[in-house]
Design a protein around this ligand. Structure first.
Ligand code: 6CS
Ligand code: FE
Length: 309
């Protein structure tokens, strides 16, 4: 078996101290950074914090169509049988729907919004493709939270993503407030890689997508980063865009309120950062979680003539 360098060892038998990331945060060169909707202050904020919150990036009325779709998904019993549909571990209510861009034209078109693609290219400096898409529904009263984690740690260990050259876009479909379990981000945490302990079992995704217990940071490491950077709840009305770097620590609490917290997520990976074999898992995860038949997202210009409905 040929030797493969692993820049981000994790899922270890013995503890390992956090170390500085071995990739730039913004991969685009100066010319690419100047060619897009993000201004220099926004680029500097993404570099510093590891995320950007852009209120009203999409018109609020445009999110109504997604909410209507969600209502119909909730009524579709056959849908719940699909592997891409994850239910809450206790209430059985819908928790996440994966690979939505493959079966919802409305969702697919949103991922190709020219301003969004141009912003992502200002950060990643290359063509991109969708590594993963999902809707996290977090229903009223019963929506369960997500433990603290770095997405990159999972995507490196279980999907074989080699480098940190990937950005998540989250779009709020409903009001995200302090009451209904908003996304919590730790500013500056993206600059450190936190190796985790443990061994990834077979088909771990059948558990982790309901409750992640492996690949989560050691409390002492987590405390150090939170005491340095604080915790930023991402609040805003429908249509808010949150861009967060693949290694930015995040979590969210349970939703005990009467109001759902439904967010779209789609993950743009650089075409220069294609998935390899998992770095710390017995087998690759299914295509609906981690795309391997990657298709670069269409040129934005191909979509400027088609308004987003
Ligand atoms: O395992 C994953 O890919 C998923 N898990 C979490 C907690 N966030 C990213 C992604 O949806
Ligand atoms: Fe995550």
């Amino acid at each position: 078996m040929s030797f493969r360098e692993d820049l981000y060892p994790t899922r270890l038998a013995r503890p390992m101290e956090p170390f500085p990331r071995r990739d730039p945060v913004i991969h685009a060169d100066a010319a690419q950074q100047a060619d897009g909707p993000l201004n220099t202050e926004q680029l500097a904020a993404f570099e510093r914090d590891g995320f950007l919150v852009l209120p009203d990036f999409f018109p609020r009325h445009q999110m109504e169509g997604f909410r209507r779709d969600l209502d119909s998904y909730g009524q579709d019993q056959a849908l719940k049988a699909r592997p891409e549909v994850i239910t809450e571990r206790d209430s059985g209510q819908l928790r996440s729907l994966f690979a939505v861009h493959e079966w919802s034209d409305r969702f697919d078109r949103l991922t190709r919004e020219p301003r969004l693609l141009d912003a992502v290219r200002q950060l990643l400096g290359s063509d991109v493709y969708i590594h993963q898409s999902r809707i996290n529904l977090k229903p009223a009263f019963h929506g369960r939270g997500f433990e603290w984690h770095s997405d990159f740690e999972t995507w490196h260990a279980e999907d074989g993503m080699p480098r940190m050259r990937c950005v998540s876009a989250s779009v709020t479909l409903t009001e995200n407030s302090t009451h209904n379990g908003p996304l919590l981000l730790v500013p500056g945490s993206h600059k450190w890689f936190l190796p985790t302990l443990g061994t990834t079992p077979q088909r771990y995704w059948e558990h982790s997508l309901k409750q992640q217990t492996l690949g989560v940071p050691e409390p002492a490491h987590l405390r150090r980063l939170i005491e340095a950077g604080g915790i930023r709840p991402c609040q805003g009305g429908p249509g808010t865009l949150i861009l967060f770097e693949c290694n930015t620590l995040h979590a969210s609490g349970d939703n005990l309120s009467p109001w759902p917290r439904s967010n779209l997520f789609f993950v743009f990976n650089s075409v220069e950062n294609s998935l390899q074999a998992p770095f710390a898992a017995p087998e690759p995860r299914p295509e609906w979680i981690a795309a391997r038949k990657r298709v670069p997202v269409l040129e934005p210009r191909a979509w400027q003539q088609q308004a987003i409905a």
